[in-house]
Design a protein around this ligand. Structure first.
Ligand SMILES: NC(=O)c1ccc[n+]([C@@H]2O[C@H](COP(=O)([O-])OP(=O)(O)OC[C@H]3O[C@@H](n4cnc5c(N)ncnc54)[C@H](O)[C@@H]3O)[C@@H](O)[C@H]2O)c1
Length: 367
């Protein structure tokens, strides 16, 4: 298949592009590099031994996207461009809604205009919120607690409405990620965000390496066995494999729109994660407990049974592999990818005409 991947330079996107190439698909990436790095795609090219054409523009830019659809003749779209963390520096609620919804609108328009009828969209465990029933199964009522989770839930509703109105040819897969973690086993692809925007596991590694003044554990008074919040960590390369599986089963899926949880099915507390990291790396992780963050849920983990039955997918790597792979990545790339502002290959950036940097939005904006 000839697949457009939005957000292909990101954490999940880069691993997914590599998996798609490995499965024999042709890939074209759209990314505005607001968060992902051109260096990630350079490394994917080296690992895959194939070029990865990338067009640098805001996925919500309908003129640029239409030109790309016109030029490329896609069979399918894998939509990973989005804002995942409400706590990322400079991200305001309007940024999350604008990016996560705006890119979906333009993609659906272009797909309709150019007759592209296979779409896999990344959604999030955040759509479940606190949720009463654990583990979260796909039919659990959604109760997102913040703008990012709500934007994903809105995206899902938009897709259901569009599918209900479309002809039977349109096939959509929604994959609800649980907490992506770890890094590529080569140590060359991994999470780029460091410092204040780092994921929990990157913050653990930075604390172990002495690059931050200890790990902040947000709350030890949750209703969990050790009082710290529990999440379902799933290896990023397993997530990538899940996206490829979702794309490949779309034509044979029972429904026009299918939803799959991609999670390991096991909750891990912050302190359990810290202890596992210490055991497998031999490094101490200094930490201190601070207050809970607004909107943080106590426990979230997946019932992954549907993904196993319908996609033949299950998480193959556990917490120890996740910690080891992340530590290998961190030791080789302690500050993430090297800073590269310009696209580094000649075919890059041909269609786009606008580069928007979300993190550069003036902090003086009223909202
Ligand atoms: N990583 C997780 O734990 C997790 C969990 C749940 C859901 N998700 C969802 O999965 C998707 C990918 O997550 P990720 O961890 O790879 O995030 P990421 O931030 O590493 O990657 C997102 C990519 O999208 C690009 N992007 C953002 N806005 C864009 C725009 N308007 N136009 C073009 N490109 C744009 C960024 O530059 C980046 O390369 C997101 O939608 C996120 O909400 C991730």
């Amino acid at each position: 298949m000839r697949v457009l991947v939005t957000g292909g330079a990101g954490y999940v996107g880069s691993h997914t592009v590599l998996r798609l190439l490995g499965a024999g698909h042709d890939v074209v990436v759209v990314d505005d590099f607001s968060r992902g790095s051109p260096a990630a795609l350079d490394r994917v090219e080296v690992l895959a031994g194939r070029p990865v054409p990338v067009h640098v523009f805001d996925g919500a830019d309908i003129d640029a996207l239409e030109r790309l659809f016109d030029a490329e003749g896609f069979d399918a779209v894998l939509h990973l461009a989005g804002i995942k963390s409400p706590s990322a520096r400079g991200v305001r609620p309007l940024d999350s809604y604008e990016t996560n919804l705006g890119t979906t609108f333009t993609l659906l328009r272009c797909m309709a205009w150019y007759g592209v009828d296979r779409l896999v969209v990344s959604s999030s465990a955040a759509v479940y919120g606190e949720g009463r029933d654990l583990p979260h199964a796909e039919d659990t009522p959604l109760a997102p607690t913040g703008p990012v989770g709500r934007s994903h839930a809105m995206n899902e509703q938009i897709l259901r409405d569009v599918v209900a109105d479309a002809g039977p040819a349109l096939r959509v897969g929604v994959v609800r990620h649980f907490s992506a973690a770890g890094a590529h086993a080569s140590g060359t692809l991994g999470p780029d965000r460091t410092g204040a925007s780092a994921s929990l596991l990157t913050a653990v590694a930075e604390a172990a390496a002495g690059l931050r003044d200890g790990l902040e554990v947000h709350g030890d008074d949750h209703p969990t066995p050790d009082g710290t919040a529990m999440r379902d960590y799933v290896h990023v390369d397993d997530l990538a494999a899940g996206h490829v599986a979702a794309l490949e089963v779309l034509d044979d899926a029972d429904q026009q729109l299918s939803t799959w949880n991609l999670g390991g099915g096991r909750p891990t507390s912050v302190l359990e994660l810290v202890r596992t990291f210490e055991t497998v790396t031999g490094r101490a992780v200094p930490y201190r407990v601070t207050g809970r963050r607004e909107g943080d849920v106590a426990v979230s983990y997946a019932d992954p049974a549907r993904a196993e039955a319908e996609l033949g997918w299950r998480a193959t790597r556990g917490l120890e592999d996740i910690c080891l792979d992340l530590w290998r990545w961190h030791q080789r790339n302690p500050t993430g990818y090297p800073a590269t502002l310009a696209p580094s290959a000649p075919w890059r950036g041909g269609v786009g005409h606008r580069l928007r940097l979300v993190s550069a939005v003036p902090s003086a904006a009223a909202w």
